[in-house]
Design a protein around this ligand. Structure first.
Ligand SMILES: Nc1ncnc2c1ncn2[C@@H]1O[C@H](COP(=O)(O)OP(=O)(O)OP(=O)(O)O)[C@@H](O)[C@H]1O
Ligand SMILES: [Mg+2]
Length: 356
C-alpha cells in the first residue's frame, strides 16, 4: 500500500497561515468597527485625566466582532500607556466572584493567593488598582453566576472603566438595583455586518490563510453568501477551513465551488450529528422549548417532569447551560415579580441551519 503517495507534500499545502481561520485569531486591523472602537476609547478617556471613566455595555448577536474589537482596544491601550491597566476576563471560564478575583490577582502579578478568601483577595486588588486606573472587560457577562465582584469593583475602585459584553440587550434589566445604579452604563449595540463588510472581513482572512489565488471566486462567493445569511463571521471561517481541507483531500491545487459545497454539507451534517448525539433528556428539553419559545425555566422544569424527565432541577440547569454553550438555545435573565428567572428559546442560527 502506498497510503501517502498521492498526498500533496506539506510544502504544497493550500494553506499558508491556517491559524488565520482560528476563531480567536487577532487580525491586525478590525475594519468596519472603527466607530465602536472609538466609542470605547471615549469611555476610557477620563482615566488619562485622573478621573473616573465611563462604563459601557456592549450587545450584539454572536460573531459580529464584539470580542475582537474590544480586545483590540485593550491591546492598543497596553501598547500606548502604562497609566491605565487593561484587563480582559471571560465569564464563561471565570463565572464566580472568587474565580474572577483570583484572575485579577494573577493579572496584577499578586502571587500570595493561597488560602485567602474572596474579600481578602479583593483587598489586595483594591490596594493595587487604586494606585493607577484600569479598564476591565467582562466578556459574556451573562454567564457569570453571581455579581458580587461587580459591586465590589464599582464601590471600591476609584478610577476605572468597566465594559460588559453580552448577546442580550435586556440583560441589564435582571441586574440587582444596587449594581445597576452604581454602574450607570451606556449601551452600545454591534449591528451585524452587511454583505460587503462580510465579504471584506472574509477576504482578508482568506488572503492571509491560503496561498495566493488557490480559492476560486465562485467558492469564495458561496461562502460569503452563507455567512451573510447566518450573520456570524465564524461560519465563514469554518467554511473556508473545511473547503480547504476538502480540496486537499482530493489533492486539488484549487479550492473550487465543489469544495465549498462539501463544506456547506458538513456544516449541515455537523449540526444534525450534534443533535443525534444529544441525550434523550436533552431532546425532551429541546422539544419543550421548541413548543414554547421564551418559556421560564421553572415552567420548563414542571413540563419536563410531567413528560417523564428524570433529572432534578439542578440537572436541568446543567443541561440548559450546556445547550446554551453549544448554541442550541438562547437564554435570557429577567427580573419578574417573583424574583430573577431565566427565559429560554431556540437559537435562531440553529433554526436557519435546519432550513438548508
Ligand atoms: N470587523 C472584523 N474584522 C476582522 N475580523 C472580524 C471582524 N468582526 C469579526 N471578526 C472575526 O469573526 C470572529 C467572531 O468575532 P468575535 O469573536 O469578536 O464575535 P463576538 O461578537 O464576540 O461573538 P460572541 O457573541 O459569540 O462572543 C472572530 O474570529 C473575529 O476575528
Ligand atoms: Mg465574543
Amino acid at each position: 500500500m502506498s497510503l501517502f503517495k498521492n498526498m500533496l507534500g506539506s510544502e504544497e499545502s493550500l494553506f499558508m497561515n491556517a491559524i488565520a481561520l482560528d476563531y480567536d485569531f487577532m487580525p491586525k486591523l478590525i475594519p468596519y468597527r472603527e466607530t465602536e472602537q472609538k466609542h470605547i476609547a471615549t469611555c476610557v478617556r477620563p482615566l488619562f485625566q485622573q478621573r473616573n471613566g465611563r462604563n459601557l455595555i456592549i450587545t450584539g448577536t454572536p460573531g459580529v466582532g464584539k470580542t475582537v474589537a474590544t480586545r483590540n482596544v485593550l491591546q492598543e491601550l497596553e501598547e500606548e500607556t502604562d497609566e491605565v491597566t487593561p484587563i480582559y476576563i471571560n465569564c464563561w471560564q471565570k463565572n464566580t466572584s472568587y474565580k474572577i478575583v483570583l484572575h485579577l490577582c494573577e493579572e496584577l502579578g499578586y502571587k500570595f493567593t493561597q488560602n485567602k478568601k474572596t474579600t481578602e483577595l479583593f483587598d489586595e486588588i483594591k490596594r493595587m488598582l487604586n494606585k493607577t486606573s484600569a479598564v476591565i472587560v467582562f466578556d459574556e457577562i451573562d454567564k457569570a453566576e453571581e455579581y458580587d465582584f461587580l459591586y465590589m469593583l464599582l464601590e471600591e475602585i476609584y478610577r476605572k472603566t468597566i465594559v460588559l459584553i453580552t448577546n442580550y440587550k435586556d440583560w441589564i434589566n435582571g441586574l440587582d438595583e444596587r449594581i445597576k445604579s452604581r454602574l450607570m452604563a451606556e449601551m452600545m449595540e454591534f449591528r451585524s455586518y452587511n454583505k460587503q463588510e462580510t465579504e471584506g472581513i472574509l477576504r482578508e482572512r482568506m488572503e492571509y490563510a491560503f496561498v495566493k489565488g488557490v480559492m476560486k471566486d465562485d467558492a469564495f462567493n458561496q461562502i460569503v453568501d452563507k455567512t451573510y445569511e447566518l450573520k456570524d463571521i465564524r461560519t465563514g471561517l469554518y467554511l473556508m477551513r473545511e473547503s480547504g481541507n476538502s480540496a486537499e483531500d482530493r489533492s486539488s491545487k484549487e479550492i473550487t465551488l465543489e469544495d465549498a459545497q462539501t463544506a456547506l454539507e458538513k456544516l449541515k451534517e455537523f449540526s444534525e450529528k450534534d443533535k443525534s448525539t444529544l441525550e434523550e433528556d436533552e431532546k425532551l428539553i429541546l422539544d419543550i422549548i421548541k413548543e414554547t419559545p421564551g418559556i421560564k425555566i421553572g415552567d420548563l422544569y414542571k413540563k419536563y417532569e410531567s413528560l417523564g424527565g428524570k433529572g432534578v432541577y439542578k440537572t436541568l440547569q446543567r443541561r440548559i447551560a450546556k445547550l446554551d454553550k453549544d448554541r442550541f438555545i438562547k437564554t435570557k435573565q429577567v427580573q419578574s415579580k417573583d424574583g430573577n428567572t431565566t427565559l429560554i428559546s431556540m437559537n435562531e442560527v440553529e433554526k436557519k441551519l435546519d432550513e438548508f
